[in-house]
Design a protein around this ligand. Structure first.
Ligand code: ZN
Length: 282
């Protein structure tokens, strides 16, 4: 890259970086509730379209569990969170960030993977492996609340926007037209692992986003009427299961379990008071 390009790139990054000044930048959005300003260069409809295609591939290529009882439990917890999130934004007279979601739930039969995710647009997957960590519906709600929070806060769009700048540089017109991401997804084709990577699903989001998802996740589970104190127990169980294997926090973007537990413990009492159940559990 020559000098002129470097300068232009710096100027461009400078412009993008000035998110917080709130001037002339049409490329920023605000995360609901936390009101953090975030970079948003790609249209949500575009990201969702790719996410939905990926979800169909996951359904075709992975072994889905035939445990109907647990799937129904997941769907019930999910639906309760869906409704609570929408009612919350409606009652606060704010735009519901999930108005265009097409909620769907699958249970993937894999006891080794202790994970769950929610693709942009509300496409959720829970792996059977995480059930030994979640233990009960409150635990399930904590995990699902966290994953749903990533989608509500549009973290994938933010991440894709950032990587477009870092990888592709100054081709703003290309970004605006969506050309760049089309090429990226064409390159990864229908490769499920590659596409999960594109959405940031295969490894944690940045630390700020993880902590934001923890916070919003607690709010959503509380609004849905679940006992959010269970979230701390989940991280304690996770810590036990991972004993000796945990990557030190400074090496990863993921907050350590200990740091996570500290933040959750601090937030829980406030959230219980400020975000009481919109739906009572029957
Ligand atoms: Zn997360």
């Amino acid at each position: 890259m020559n000098d002129t390009n470097n300068i232009n790139r710096r100027k461009f990054l400078g412009l993008i970086g000035c998110c917080t000044c709130g001037l002339i930048i049409p490329s920023c959005t605000t995360v609901p509730i936390t009101e953090r300003r975030q970079l948003s260069l790609l249209p949500e409809s575009y990201i969702n379209k790719h996410a939905f295609r990926l979800y169909e591939n996951v359904k075709r290529k992975t072994k889905l569990s035939d445990n109907k009882k647990i799937l129904t439990e997941i769907e019930n917890v999910g639906r309760r969170i869906e409704e609570s999130v929408s009612s919350y934004f409606d009652s606060a007279n704010k735009k519901d960030p999930t108005y265009n979601f097409q909620w769907e739930y699958i249970l993937i039969d894999n006891d080794k993977i202790k994970n769950a995710w929610c693709l942009p647009g509300g496409k959720i997957a829970v792996y059977t492996g995480i059930l030994e960590v979640t233990k009960n519906i409150h635990g399930l709600a904590a995990v699902m609340g966290h994953e749903i929070a990533h989608a509500v806060a549009k973290h994938s769009i933010e991440r894709a926007s950032r990587s477009l700048i870092l990888n592709i540089g100054t081709t703003a017109a290309d970004i605006a037209s969506g050309g760049a991401i089309t090429r990226t997804s064409r390159a990864t084709g229908v490769d499920v692992a590659g596409m999960l990577r594109t959405f940031g699903i295969d490894n944690p989001f940045g630390r700020k986003q993880e902590s934001e998802a923890d916070y919003l996740g607690l709010i959503f589970s509380s609004l849905a009427g679940y006992d959010i104190r269970e979230s701390v127990k989940i991280w304690e169980r996770m810590q036990k299961l991972n004993k000796g294997q945990e990557i030190p926090e400074w090496m990863s973007t993921h907050p350590s379990s200990k740091r996570r537990i500290n933040s959750l413990t601090k937030w829980i009492p406030e959230i219980i008071v400020e975000y009481p159940p919109i739906n009572k559990i029957n």
